[in-house]
Design a protein around this ligand. Structure first.
Ligand SMILES: Nc1ncnc2c1ncn2[C@@H]1O[C@H](COP(=O)(O)OP(=O)(O)OP(=O)(O)O)[C@@H](O)[C@H]1O
Ligand SMILES: [Mg+2]
Length: 412
């Protein structure tokens, strides 16, 4: 890149959609030049539930972002969520070709092809094939094997797949909003781009993007992703519990949660009182704040237990050395850090989007880590060929898959 390139991210979530326009400088720095945020009611648990509502919200956020940036949006990186997302690790092995027995790009491509030949049911499609590292004649931990003398080349990959119909519905909503798709990126990998340090990824870390309807998880070990999953629980579940427990409307429950809620019962004194308006009771009623905290803590504890189960499923024994990084709007809840430390017994930090400059105003919040991470993903994973995107967005999964595959050839 020898001049500034403009990239766009569309982060459609269970509560809001954010469209962000960013400039990538020749040095690789990303600066936001405009954004648009709109409430979104058409997505449930990270998946499209109402096409019309989703298109209207996405279009409105695109319009705002275009007005602020003065840039006409043609294509965008788009996040994919929902608990249909699954992951597995796969190894590909090939004999190094050519008389010189030197690993070439073609050998790497063949090894990746061998690794990606995993069984994926007919109603699912591969979204990412990420190279975790290479093994050259039994020597592991190689990040770039091209040019090395060898007989046998192995690649360790992380493969993410999702339900074809869910991906098609998302694609439809974006293209119906008049924008082509550069690439579909699972939310957790986008969030990781904006929050995790290289050291954390090397040591071993888990990112949890606690959104409205879902919690997106990715485990990194030895510098690369080793497990991804989406849990169908988020801040909306906490709000629902508060509404049921205190017999209030959902709007009021949300307000009470944000203003007075905490996931850490221990920090609340028994004598702290709150006045809440119950349903069908105009006068309101006084409750102990501790009662509110108990409701919230129970749900967050359950979420952390589910995260712990995912870490175990990733094959990692014991706590991750760099711990857990919490992001997403749900990570703004008071007491999340203390409770996570208690349940997961590892280091905890709450992170917002880092590594992006420019017009950040409202975006400097954990709720926008995935949105800005999508921009960083675009800047860090330049496509070697963008020509196939139109076809990909028309529902041809193969082209999008090929792009993901090309990008996955080299880690980093
Ligand atoms: N200050 C706060 N305290 C507690 N919770 C908060 C706060 N701010 C936002 N939230 C919660 O964050 C959630 C929304 O987070 P976010 O914007 O990351 O979700 P989303 O991206 O729309 O959804 P998803 O990623 O699940 O599809 C809501 O449930 C909201 O209650
Ligand atoms: Mg989100």
């Amino acid at each position: 890149m020898d001049r500034e390139t403009v990239l766009v991210a569309i982060d459609a979530g269970s509560t809001k959609v954010a469209t962000v326009v960013g400039e990538v400088t020749p040095m690789g720095d990303v600066n936001v030049i405009g954004y648009g945020i709109a409430p979104l009611a058409g997505m449930k648990k990270g998946m499209v539930a109402n096409i019309e509502q989703t298109v209207a919200s996405i279009s409105s956020s695109i319009e705002k972002a275009e007005r602020l940036s003065g840039y006409k949006i043609g294509s965008a990186f788009v996040n994919l969520g929902g608990s249909h997302i699954s992951s597995q690790n796969s190894r590909g092995v090939v004999a190094v070709s050519g008389s010189r027995r030197e690993v070439s790009r073609e050998d790497v491509a063949r090894a990746m092809e061998a690794a990606r030949a995993v069984q994926v049911p007919a109603n699912r499609q591969v979204v990412h094939v990420v190279a975790r590292g290479y093994i050259v004649d039994g020597q592991d931990g190689i990040k770039d094997p091209v040019g090395m003398s060898a007989v046998r080349l192995e690649v360790e990959t992380h493969i993410v797949a999702g339900a074809t119909t869910s991906i098609q519905n998302l694609t439809k909503c974006v293209t119906n909003s008049g924008v082509q798709i550069d690439e579909v990126v699972v939310s957790s990998l986008a969030a990781a781009e904006a929050t995790l340090t290289d050291t954390e990824k090397d040591l071993g870390v888990v990112i949890a993007d606690i959104g409205g309807g879902t919690t997106d998880i990715a485990v990194f070990t030895d510098g690369a992703v080793s497990h991804t999953a989406v849990l169908p629980v988020g801040g909306i579940n906490v709000t629902n519990d508060v509404a049921i427990g205190l017999r209030t409307s959902l709007n009021l429950a949300e307000e009470i949660k944000v203003k007075n809620g905490t996931a850490n019962v221990a920090e609340v004194q028994p004598e702290e009182l709150l006045n809440v308006s119950m349903l069908g009771d105009a006068g309101g009623q006084t409750i102990q704040r501790r009662r509110l905290a108990e409701i919230i803590e129970a749900r967050m504890r359950e979420l952390y237990d589910m995260i712990r189960a995912e870490i175990e499923r990733s094959g990692h024994a014991g706590p991750l050395p760099a711990g857990i990084v919490l992001t997403g709007g749900g990570a703004k809840l008071a007491g999340v850090t203390e409770l996570a430390r208690d349940v997961l017994e590892m280091p905890v930090r709450v992170a917002g989007p880092e590594g992006v400059g420019g017009l950040m105003d409202q975006l400097a919040s954990p709720a926008f880590s995935t949105s800005l991470g999508l921009l960083l993903w675009g800047a860090h994973h330049p496509a070697s060929d963008l020509s196939g995107y139109a076809a990909a967005s028309e529902g041809d999964a193969g082209v999008g898959r090929l792009m993901g595959w090309l990008r996955g050839l080299f880690p980093g």
